[in-house]
Unconditional design. Structure first.
Length: 436
């Protein structure tokens, strides 16, 4: 497969944008060499590159486009509001309507404040927790990949350049599912940890009783519990993981699926905490969220339309059903080609990822490159197998055909003991690494 227009476009992007993309997870280093398509447009579960090739797309917009591209009810709502003006010097009634709609969908929260991206929302939660408790430290779950672009998180990663060590030292880590280790951490830093922040679930459901016990543990030590619902919100349940698992955090953050690709995220939580960033508290004020574009009417209209579609069309159930079919097909194909122990599908059906393991069963960037190369050339853009509700039977069939071709090559590479002849160049690279 040749992508001359995409190669030229990638060079153009790298000349003017650091990394060639505005999100590292979309970088060309995440794809096989010379096989990083540059997108022209999308519709439903399909996208087209600037070379004219069509792909079935997974993980659309880093999991944000869960209804499919250009969903008619969303675009209609957005177009209607844009025609009425998008930003004013005072709040619009749309802000109240969107907040009320959100709180009806996520009834475990009392108040909500909207912003544009997930990092702003999680950082606002951290600041609010510090203000509410008077404590400096943040404890994040060490088993979850990403929380924010801001220093309190990035300082803990391999890409910590530019973050003062004194700032990074204010963040500590706890392991998911291990209450004893978490309690030990809280005791070690007794009276200094403001909050525990985590995704309620990722690849599997939490251990029975874990989330409730974690909340009790946090509160016993005077800390708040924060759920990062950027992924779990809507995709696991339209009520969030907190609704699915029946555990209410003190604060929670939503985004991604909330806008179906439009820029909107949310910080939600208990009234007495949220009001610290308002005008009705007697305590020192918290500069919570104050963004010029946080309440753009068209993004809030998109969010309301998304919530309506999720409710009226049972989208969460559809995502799980599609994902279950996809995973079953991939596993069957991998088994038939003798690579079932090397090409593995993991996660909740609505949020699937795949692992590419070498002959020893270790995760391998080389085998991931081989697998991705066959997917792309087979017309599948699949950094993950995270589904959208727009996927059709034809899309799934095309995916399974590409997976079959990939598994055939995978078996050849395993038999040869060396995947390099099938890579087509350098292997793909992890996002978080110290040097480019």
């Amino acid at each position: 497969m040749e992508l001359p227009a995409s190669r030229a476009a990638n060079e153009r992007l790298h000349r003017v944008i650091p990394g060639g993309a505005h999100t590292y997870a979309k970088g060309s280093d995440q794809y096989p060499q010379d096989l990083a398509p540059v997108i022209s447009h999308g519709l439903g579960a399909r996208v087209w590159d600037v070379d004219g090739n069509s792909y079935v797309e997974y993980g659309s917009g880093l999991r944000s486009v869960s209804l499919g591209h250009a969903h008619p009810r969303v675009t209609e709502a957005v177009t209607r509001e844009i025609g009425r003006g998008s930003n004013f010097s005072r709040p619009s009634l749309v802000e109240a309507e969107a907040a009320e709609r959100f709180l009806a969908t996520v009834p475990t929260a009392d108040m909500v404040k909207f912003t544009k991206n997930g990092s702003d929302a999680t950082t606002a939660a951290v600041r609010l927790a510090r203000a509410a408790t008077g404590r400096p430290l943040v404890a994040l779950c060490a088993d979850h990949a990403f929380f924010s672009t801001d220093d309190w998180f990035i300082g803990t990663t391999a890409m910590a350049a530019g973050v003062p060590q004194a700032v990074a030292d204010l963040t500590v880590r706890f392991p998911y599912g291990d209450l004893a280790a978490t309690e030990e951490l809280l005791r070690e830093h007794e009276g200094r940890i403001a909050c525990l922040i985590l995704e309620a679930a990722t690849q599997a459901d939490p251990p029975e009783g874990y989330l409730a016990d974690l909340r009790e543990l946090a509160h016993r030590h005077g800390a708040l519990l924060v759920f990062d619902e950027m992924i779990t919100g809507f995709r696991f349940s339209e009520h969030g993981a907190q609704g699915l698992y029946g555990v209410t955090p003190d604060l929670s953050t939503f985004g991604k699926a909330l806008g179906n690709g439009f820029a909107v995220s949310a910080l939600a939580g208990r009234r007495e905490l949220m009001e610290l960033g308002g005008l009705r508290s007697e305590r020192d004020r918290v500069f919570l969220l104050s963004t010029t574009h946080g309440a753009e009417t068209h993004s809030l209209a998109a969010a309301m339309a998304v919530m309506d579609v999720y409710e009226s069309e049972a989208i969460t159930d559809r995502l799980h059903a599609i994902g279950a079919r996809l995973a079953a097909g991939v596993r069957e194909i991998a088994g038939s080609h003798g690579v079932a122990e090397h090409v593995v599908v993991r996660g909740r059906d609505s949020n699937l990822v795949f692992g590419t393991l070498d002959a020893s069963g270790r995760p391998s960037q080389e085998y991931r490159t081989l697998f991705l190369r066959q997917l792309v050339t087979g017309g599948v853009l699949g950094p993950s197998f995270v589904v959208s509700a727009a996927l059709t039977d034809a899309d799934l069939n095309r995916t399974w055909d590409a997976v079959a071709a990939a598994c055939l090559v995978y078996r050849k590479a395993l038999d040869a003991g060396d995947p390099s002849p099938w890579l087509g160049g350098r292997p793909v690279k992890p996002v978080f690494r110290r040097r480019a």
